[in-house]
Design a protein around this ligand. Structure first.
Ligand code: NDP
Length: 400
């Protein structure tokens, strides 16, 4: 019998919907590269329901309890008095979503002698101190591809919203105005612009594929180059490093994981290399950008706009400067947790747990750390080390 500790975001303030906006969601069985969507033996939820908040329990309770395991679900994740820290002491499995990350720092891992599996329901395991997981032999797994396209769609939406000045124009309608000149004074067409992605993995290449029909000039940089025929098909130009790419781009979208190599990649120095009036869309991780450098660049006009859904730490403190900086289109961390995405990563979490408890191998593409080293998708896209430092700041939000 194992204890599974699952940290999920709070239910909606009006309660879990009794009826949803739509009656069904499309059934996705395969992704663009041929990888199959999660294949658990069964699911105990209806796809399209809210699963990522506390009451949804990722649809896991019946399955786990039927096998005699204990499931503890909480949203109380920050600080030493949190339910998460109290329950962690004898947990074998921790499940967390990046939207509401249960930071598994080295100090917390040291307090959890039974911990063997850190499962990310979604993609991006930077909330786990991967170095500490490597050293303790903890397996880290995530549901690769489950919400990559959810994010790619969001990136395209945010690029268009910024360039076309959508949010301020919508505001004028809410205020009862008809201020066309105010709306148009910062509105441009995307057509003909140079758009570059930092990383052309599952999300980055999804963004490139989606932007191709917009008749823009596409660019990318990545540690591994795309096959030549893919570069040709997309008409995309490769750059050997981020600096050489950002110099020529009007819009830069960030789609690499957060790891020691990418932490604060977009600092004052990198932003200064961009064209004046460029836009950044970052749905990867907040900490890839230097928080204050972004706010200053929007104030000075070096950047014309910044949008994304990722912050550091999460939840963002109420006084986080990205809440109030000019020309931003920030949302809470939502792009990868649409109801459509939740159905896939909840099924993926179940698939991983089925493998774990029956001692069958977890799919290679789901692994980030295994057997004391980076493994699977982690060996490809991450570097060893820790990117959780500073996460303690979340406890400040609790009391402010
Ligand atoms: P993938 O693993 O498919 O792609 C990541 C890509 O980043 C890989 O191509 C990798 O290169 C590249 N990369 C890693 N380090 C660097 C670097 N230093 N410079 C340039 N490229 C680099 O993952 P996804 O595309 O599915 O997801 C990417 C990230 O997006 C996640 O790690 C997560 O942080 C974030 N995300 C955000 C979500 C949200 O809701 N906002 C939801 C899902 C993900 P290579 O493998 O060639 O070495």
């Amino acid at each position: 019998m194992a204890k599974v500790l699952c940290v999920l975001y709070d239910d909606p303030i009006d309660g879990v919907p009794e009826q949803y906006a739509r009656d069904e969601i499309p059934r996705i069985t395969k992704y663009h590269d041929g990888q199959t969507a999660p294949t658990p033996s069964a699911i105990d939820f209806k796809p399209g329901e809210l699963l990522g908040s506390v009451s949804g329990e990722l649809g896991l309770r019946a399955f786990l309890e039927a096998q005699g395991h204990v499931l503890v679900v909480t949203s109380d994740k920050d600080g030493p008095d949190s339910e998460f820290e109290r329950e962690l002491i004898d947990a074998e499995v921790v499940i967390s979503q990046p939207f509401w990350p249960a930071y598994l720092t080295a100090a917390r891992i040291a307090k959890a002698p039974q911990l063997k599996l850190a499962l990310t329901a979604g993609i991006g395991s930077d909330h786990v101190d991967l170095q500490a997981a490597i050293e303790r032999g903890i397996t880290v797994a995530e549901v690769t591809f489950s919400n990559s396209i959810s994010v790619a769609e969001h990136v395209v939406m945010m690029i268009l919203s910024l360039v076309r000045n959508y949010l301020p124009s919508h505001e004028w309608v809410l205020k009862g105005g008809w201020n066309i000149a105010d709306c148009a004074a910062r509105a441009y067409d995307l057509e003909g612009m140079h758009v570059g992605t930092v990383a052309a993995g599952r999300i980055g290449s999804g963004v490139l594929r989606r932007l191709k029909p917009f008749e823009v000039n596409l660019h990318y940089t990545d540690r591994h180059r795309l096959p030549e025929h893919v570069e040709k098909e997309l008409g995309v130009t490769w750059h050997p490093d981020v600096e050489s790419m950002v110099k020529v781009c009007d819009v830069v979208t960030i789609n690499c994981p957060l790891h020691p190599e990418t932490e604060h990649l977009f600092d004052e120095r990198m932003i200064a290399k961009m064209k004046r009036g460029a836009y950044i869309v970052n749905t990867a991780r907040g900490k890839i950008c230097d928080r204050d450098a972004i706010a200053r660049a929007l104030e000075s006009g070096q950047l014309a706009g910044y949008a994304g859904d990722v912050w550091f730490p999460q939840p963002a403190p109420r006084d986080h400067p990205w809440r109030t900086m000019p020309h931003h289109g920030m949302t809470p961390h939502t792009s990868g947790t649409t109801l459509s995405a939740q159905a896939r990563y909840a099924a993926g979490a179940r698939e991983i747990l089925e493998c774990w408890f029956s001692k069958r191998p977890i799919r290679e593409e789901y692994l980030i750390v295994d057997g004391g080293r980076l493994a699977g998708a982690g060996a490809h896209a991450y570097s060893a080390g820790n990117a959780t430092s500073g996460s303690e700041e979340t406890s400040r939000l609790k009391t402010s």
